[in-house]
Design a protein. Structure first.
Length: 176
């Protein structure tokens, strides 16, 4: 009896560490993502309002008036957290609405799931990007639909503009 309990506990821990074999799509995809912004809650799918920078780990989404404010908040959070969850990347994927890392920015860290950008009000809105420590894949369709973005999206890759024909075309991403 004790052996079965230990084996079950180890199996549960391995599932938590390794995750499921097949990537999944976030449940928030059909309803939009609710984000905290200056003491209020906004549905990003309905618009960002005065927010210009939003960050999401797949569970909590917070928006700020500027990328500089997001960077300050991220730096404070990084100092207060000793461990990065296995489901999040140590550094983020950042998608920008304008070329040369301009305009509004969406920062994502959730790994192992297709992220539909429509839920964040960011579908077909990417003009430049910076990939963090975990490689990413960009897709034209929702939930990883084909075709796949042909530019470099390996760890630490960046582009001040999208490959020809891909400006404002990315609908979903996957962070490995």
């Amino acid at each position: 009896m004790r052996t079965r309990t230990i084996v079950s506990a180890v199996a549960l821990m391995m599932t938590a560490v390794v995750g499921s074999a097949a990537p999944h799509v976030s449940a928030a995809d059909s309803e939009g993502v609710l984000a905290s912004f200056e003491g209020t809650t906004i549905n990003l799918q309905d618009g960002w309002g005065a927010a210009r920078a939003c960050t999401s780990d797949g569970t909590v989404t917070t928006c700020y008036r500027s990328e500089a404010a997001l960077d300050r908040a991220t730096a404070v959070a990084a100092r207060s957290i000793e461990m990065t969850p296995l489901a999040a990347c140590a550094s983020s994927l950042r998608l920008y609405r304008s070329t040369s890392y301009g305009g509004s920015v969406l920062q994502l860290t959730a790994r192992g799931t297709f992220i539909n950008l429509s839920s964040f009000g960011f579908s077909n809105d990417t003009s430049s990007y910076r990939v963090g420590a975990c490689s990413a894949s960009f897709y034209d369709g929702s939930s990883g639909g084909a075709p796949t973005y042909p530019g470099s999206t390996s760890a630490n890759a960046s582009a001040t503009s999208m490959v020809s024909g891909w400006d404002n075309r990315v609908s979903s991403v996957y962070i490995a």
